[in-house]
Design a protein around this ligand. Structure first.
Ligand SMILES: [Cu+2]
Length: 134
């Protein structure tokens, strides 16, 4: 009886510690990821039939975070070469995050049919080579 009570107390203490440790570990892992590479934040809006801005310029190696907001209806955001394709709901911020590891020009476009001008909803992501920075 006594031993059982002791055992369950130890077990409870262990679970308590495990519960405490998990968020601490997860928190530090997230912080590390954030501080590792600089983040290039870009805000972009979407409406029939355009991205604003429709040309974005980043440096190779940067972590890019695009915050998309659709103003009139649901649209999409797709960069085929990077395997990015996400829906952007109206009035809700949608975050797309990636590392611009490859230099070059990449077309992005709408992947949700939004009307007759759907194909015009597009833009260019320019990733400048890392060596071109001073
Ligand atoms: Cu569209």
């Amino acid at each position: 009886m006594n031993q059982l009570a002791l055992f369950s107390n130890i077990l409870r203490a262990f679970c308590f510690l495990a519960a405490l440790n998990l968020p601490a570990w997860a928190g530090s892992a997230a912080a590390q990821g954030q501080s590792g590479t600089p983040v290039h934040d870009i805000r972009m809006t979407l409406k029939k039939y355009e991205y604003q801005p429709n040309e974005i310029r980043v440096k190779q190696g940067e972590r890019v975070r695009i915050v998309l907001t659709a103003l009139d209806r649901k649209h999409g955001f797709q960069i085929k070469e990077m395997g990015i394709n996400t829906e952007v709901e109206k009035g809700k911020e949608t975050v797309v995050e990636f590392v611009a590891s490859q230099a070059g020009e990449f077309q992005f476009g709408c992947s949700v049919f939004c009307g007759l001008g759907h194909r015009r909803v597009k833009g260019t992501l320019i990733v400048e080579p890392a060596s071109s920075s001073p």
